[in-house]
Design a protein around this ligand. Sequence first.
Ligand SMILES: Cc1ncc(COP(=O)(O)O)c(C=O)c1O
Length: 387
Amino acid sequence: MIIEKEKKYHLQVYKRYPVVFVKGKGVKLYNINNKEYIDFLAGIGVVNAGHCNEKINEAIKNQLDKLIHVSNLFYTIPQIDLAEKLVNLSGLDKAFFCNSGTEANEGAIKFIRKYGKKNNKEKIISFYNAFHGRTYGSLSATPKKSIREGFEPFLQNFEFLPYNDVEAVKNLDNNVAGVIVEVIQGEGGVNVATEEFIKTLRDICEDKNILLAIDEVQTGIGRTGKFFGFEHYNIEPDIITLAKALGNGLPIGAILLKEEIEKYINYGDHGTTFGGNPLVCSAALSTIEVISEIIKNNKVIDKGKYFIKKLNTLNYDFIKDIRGKGLMIGIELNFEGNGIVNEMLKRGFIINCTAEKVLRFLPPLIIEKEEINKLVNNLNEVFEGLK
Ligand SMILES: Cc1ncc(COP(=O)(O)O)c(C=O)c1O
C-alpha cells in the first residue's frame, strides 16, 4: 500500500528496495511486519552511533522542549558550542552550519571562488569518481556522467584529474584557486587515497596558494575510525565539509575553515534559514560526544580490520578487491552487484552497491564482531549460490 502510494504521490527519483521501515534500534531495523534486519549501511553513513541512540535522543528531546528555531539573526547556545567543539577537534578556526552535504560543498566552493577572485585564480579541481552532491556547485565538481546528463550547463572553470595520480597533481598551475577531494571516495566505489597522493596534494597547494578542501561528508564523524578521515594522512586541510553523520540522522552540515579564508568573506556573503538551529546542533553536540567514545582506543579501526580479515576469507574469482578504512569498506566485484544486495536484503541484511560493482558496508560504528560474522557467513552463502 505504502509502495503504491509512494508511486502515486512522490516524485519518482529513487529506485527504492521494496521494504517499508518503521523502527530502528542500534544496528537493527524493523519493517512494517516487524521483520528484523541488521543494518550494514546506517542510512548511507548517517546513523554512525546507531539507530535511536538513547543519549542523542535524550539531548534532542531536551532541546525540543526548550527551543527549536529562531533564525541566524540571533545567537543560540548550541550552535556556538558546536562551532567551538568542531574547531577544537579539527584544528581549523571557524565553522559555518548548513543542512546537508551538497550544501556544505556549495558553501566551500563559494568561499574558494571568493578567495580566487581576490587572488586572480579561477579554477577549481576535483577528481574522477568523486561525489560532492547534486546542487549546481557540487554537481559541477562531480564528474559522474549519469547524474549530470541533461543538467548542463555547469559552472565554469571546474576541471577533473585522475584520483591517486601524484604526477597529475604535481602539475597544478597557479590559476587553481582550490582543490576539493575525498580521502576515501565513497559513492565512487570506496577508493582509498594513497598517503603519497594526499601529501603531495597538500604540498602543492601550499606552494601555489591553492586552498585544499577535504570533503568529509562520508568519511567524517568516526566512519574511518578517526574522527576525521584526513587524520589518517597527517595533513591539515584549509577547508573541511561535513554532513551525514554529524547529527546522527538529523539534517545538519558544516563547513570548517581556516582564519586566513575568513578575511575574504563579509557579512551577508553566505547564509541559511535553518542552518545550525538549536535542535540539530544539540543533536550534533551529543553525537560528537557519543562517537568520540565509540572510536576511542582504535576500537573502530580494529573492528574494520577484523571485518576486512573476515571478508578476505571469501575466496571467489569474481572478487577483484576488498578495501577500506575503519568501517567504510568495499568489495569490488567483476559484475554488477545489485542482485547481491537484493539477496542479502531477503536474508535480513542491509548492504549497498555503489559504482555499479562495489558492495559497500557502512554499518553503525557500534556493530559487533558477531554481527560481522553473520553478515560474512550469509554473503558467503549468496556468493556460493552464484558458482
Ligand atoms: C563525499 C560526499 N559529499 C557530498 C555528499 C552529498 O551529501 P548530501 O546527500 O547530504 O547532499 C555525499 C553524499 O553521499 C558524499 O558522500
